[in-house]
Design a protein around this ligand. Structure first.
Ligand code: PLP
Ligand code: GLG
Length: 792
């Protein structure tokens, strides 16, 4: 972007005037933010259009996702445009502070966690690697809820405001209509520019908003039936009103089905219209478009594509199906059974009957194919897309899609050899691995400016930002005391910044001299925050018994939202809050340990936590965390991983060395061997420390306020139920190993130089976890698309 200070200044002034009727001096920060957003849009729109035209000449990939966890846009856009300090100056001259303006922006929290944040990183990397990649999603008016933690530790949920969308462009001219059985809605696209770093390309994320065809019914309004008069209108608006706050668990709700169909129908109509405009012939669409289904949520795109071709374009069913088989690819993000989406055929029939018919037909054709190949009736039943009047979305995606990928090597291997083994046998050629990644622009350049500047100083340029594998060259400093010291100084400063932020938003004072041991992620039993908490309570008991115990000061930080209907997850949050109250208020331990559950963990909070972490806690039960991406963010910012051999942790320690991280506990093979034989009670009876920690739930150490939640947690570990074995996630089996690993952390931390070396080696080997690498692999191995770069 050509940058001219005065032009930007005048634009901000103008937009304040015409949009809000205020002078700059009287404008609120939100108004300045929006005016600045428009000023920047005005400058970049020519390049945005140019990029679109360039991409029109070649095959594109479309990433359809129910979630995009974008976070804030302003700071990152300024970094990518290379005008962060210039804008800071401009604002200063106008008596404004860029930080305040940045803080006026609410997170675009249109996602739950890893899956949505991955989609956001992919968008940015797609632009930066100049790939013709476009995102399609839903513009929820309300993203993920805002979480508060009550003094007793309990989670409370509130509506999160999203007042600002400074770069979203409403494109009413491109609206389409989505048809349900008994009503139609308008789908209005809002385009967000995705700005490349170090290139002029600007990609597009297109989010659909649902709106009614008529705002209200005048007849009803006139006859004073006010509620009735807006009922239809609300029914339409409801579709994009709110994000389901459920991470890895499907509930089969009608509104959710509406959202999914709304998303795919609008997106496909958009793609098809464009293809017709440019190429005319719809038969060639698969040569020009690859469509990635981010998890099964957008799988209805397959029957919807066929419907549009057959019913609207006069194509034969077999041709449409054959085309679909060349166009759709599916990413699996989890092997947790409860996350595998299923929809009742009755529900589909009620909402979108034509789609139900098409799914039946796809299934029929698929079964015929299997019969021809000589499969038995039993086998066919197993593969069937429809079973007991229920549609298995993953089956549909795998049967029709041409590629299926997992998100880390271990996960992809488990899909092939365990979870989806029968499918792998049927279609071995479809299965791939694409290990997740993160964008270094947001997760280092923007959020850790100190480390960014120092890396550029050491490497002599900024090339590493676009080619993260160049970080490897940092390894040569592994014995350079000055470099090691500087890296630790930076970490310390980042910790101080976090301490200030936490003081401000949580009202709690932390000590930057202590180890910052951080576990932030959605609250889920398989992620085992409870195991971490048990370790902490055990450490606390030991410290009380032996106040002179020689350990470094340590601060345990937790963060993450629980699905509001997930009682056990909420009980775990409360328990952590309770032990935190107990420990933080006990003066006899001299502040040696401190525990904090930060409120409302989200992208903006993550940007402050990652740069300040010493230890990254990644302790899921082996085999359960498909990949993790938080783990990569910590690594890139120079934290060591304390984790199980799970998901991408495996690749992290392969890259940076097991000796530079703390790996503990059961591996997938161990768990397979234990399965069916595991008895948590043996551990409980045999080890007094385990018993003491687990019993802290019910022995009066802490209180759930009489709700019985803690007893339920205790039962889940030791009693189980008719549908669930005790301790399904092997907390007690891994407790001892956890404890030993933590002892190793304490020892290692005492040797400052060695600790610094571990951090440096982790940073130097984080290159392969750039989402640039991931997205280029998708482009080459799945989408068959090529970069196209605007000339300078
Ligand atoms: N939530 C937010 C706000 C994130 O930034 C991330 C990733 O960094 C996640 C969730 C996913 O975390 P994890 O990979 O640990 O599950
Ligand atoms: C899933 C998985 C994570 C994974 C993420 C992105 O649970 O392990 O890192 O997708 O692939 N629900 C998720 O966040």
């Amino acid at each position: 972007m050509k940058f001219d200070k005065n032009v930007i200044k005048q634009s901000i002034e103008r937009y304040c005037k015409v949009k809000y009727g205020v002078k700059i001096g009287d404008a609120t920060n939100v108004q300045i933010l929006n005016a600045l957003g428009l000023a920047i849009l005005e400058e970049i729109i020519p390049e945005w259009e140019e990029t679109e035209q360039l991409y029109d000449k070649q095959k594109r990939a479309y990433y359809i996702s129910a979630e995009f966890l974008m976070g804030r846009a302003l700071g990152n856009n300024l970094i990518n445009l290379g005008i962060y300090s210039e804008i800071k100056e401009v604002l200063k001259e106008l008596n404004l502070d860029l930080n305040d303006v940045e803080n006026a922006e609410d997170d675009a929290a249109l996602g739950n966690g890893g899956l949505g944040r991955l989609a956001a990183c992919f968008m940015e990397s797609g632009a930066t690697t100049n790939l013709p990649l476009q995102g399609y999603g839903i513009r929820y008016s309300n993203g993920i809820f805002k979480q508060g933690i009550r003094p007793d530790g309990a989670q409370v949920e509130e509506v999160e405001k999203w007042r600002s969308d400074p770069f979203g462009l409403r494109k009413e001219n491109l609206e389409v209509e989505v048809e349900f059985k008994d009503f139609n809605v308008r789908a209005i696209p809002y385009d967000t520019p995705i700005i490349a770093y170090g290139s002029r390309n600007i990609n597009t994320l297109r989010l659909w908003q649902s709106e009614p065809k008529v705002e209200f019914d005048f007849m009803l309004f006139n006859s004073q039936a006010y509620d009735e008069s807006v009922r239809e209108s609300n029914r339409a608006k409801d579709i994009s009103r709110v994000l389901y706050p459920n991470d890895t668990n499907e509930q089969g709700k009608l509104l959710r089905l509406k959202q999914q169909y709304f998303l795919v129908s609008a997106s496909l109509q958009d793609m098809i219209r464009k293809h017709k405009e440019i190429h005319g012939d719809l038969n060639t669409l698969p040569e020009w478009a690859a469509i990635q289904l981010n998890d099964t949520h957008p799988t209805l795109a397959i029957p919807e594509y066929i419907r549009l071709m057959v019913d609207h374009e006069g194509m034969g069913f077999s041709e449409a199906l054959a085309n679909a088989k060349k166009m759709f690819a599916y990413t699996n993000h989890t092997i947790l059974k409860e996350a595998l989406e299923k929809w009742s055929m009755d529900l589909i029939k009620k909402l979108i009957p034509r789609i139900a018919k098409i799914i039946e037909k796809i299934n029929w054709e698929f079964i015929e194919e299997l019969k021809e190949k000589g499969y038995s009736t039993d086998q066919i039943d197993h593969y069937s897309i429809i079973q007991y009047n229920t549609v298995h979305m993953a089956n549909l995606a795998i049967a029709v899609g041409y590629a299926v990928n997992g998100v880390a090597q271990l996960h992809s291997d488990l899909l092939k050899h365990v979870e989806l083994n029968s499918w792998y046998k049927l279609f071995p050629e479809k299965f791939q691995n694409k290990t997740n990644g993160i964008t270094p622009r947001r997760w280092l350049n923007y959020s850790n400016i100190r480390l960014t500047a120092y890396i550029s100083e050491l490497l002599g340029n900024e090339d590493w930002v676009r080619d993260l594998s160049k970080l490897k060259a940092l390894e040569k400093y592994v014995n350079d005391d000055a470099v090691l010291k500087k890296i630790m100084d930076i970490k310390y400063k980042n910790k101080e910044s976090l301490v200030n932020y936490i003081k401000e938003v949580e009202g709690i004072t932390l000590d930057p001299e202590s180890i910052f041991d951080i576990q932030v992620k959605r609250l889920h039993e398989y992620k085992r925050q409870l195991l971490n908490a048990f370790y902490i309570i055990d450490l606390y008991y030991r410290l009380k018994e032996n106040p002179n115990m020689d350990i470094p000061k340590i601060t345990f930080i937790f963060g993450g939202k629980a699905f509001p209907g997930y009682a056990r997850a909420k009980a775990i949050i409360k328990y952590i809050g309770q032990i935190s109250n107990l420990i933080n208020n006990d003066e006899t331990i001299n502040g040696k340990i401190k525990v904090l559950y930060v409120q409302n963990y989200r992208v903006t909070y993550a940007e402050k936590l990652m740069p300040a972490a010493d230890v990254s806690k990644q302790i899921s039960t082996a085999g359960k965390e498909a990949s993790g991406t938080g783990n990569m963010k910590f690594m890139l910012n120079g934290a060591v991983t304390f984790g199980t051999y799970d998901g991408a942790n495996v690749e992290i320690v392969q890259a940076a060395g097991e000796e530079n991280n703390f790996i503990f506990g059961l591996r997938v093979e161990d768990i397979e061997k234990l399965s069916g034989k595991y008895n948590s009670r043996e551990y409980y009876e045999k080890y007094p420390d385990i018993k003491r920690a687990v019993d802290s739930l019910i022995d009066g150490t802490v209180s759930d306020g009489g709700s019985g939640e803690f007893q339920d947690l205790w039962n889940s570990l030791l009693v189980g139920s008719s549908w669930e074995a005790p301790d399904t996630y092997y907390l007690l089996a891994d407790f001892k190993a956890f404890k030993q690993a933590e002892e190793k952390v304490f020892v290692a931390y005492k040797n400052k130089k060695h600790w610094a070396q571990m951090c440096l080696i982790n940073i130097a080997n984080a290159g392969q976890f750039s989402s640039d690498r991931t997205i280029l692999e998708y482009a080459k191995d799945i989408w068959n698309i090529k970069p196209a770069t605007l000339s300078l």
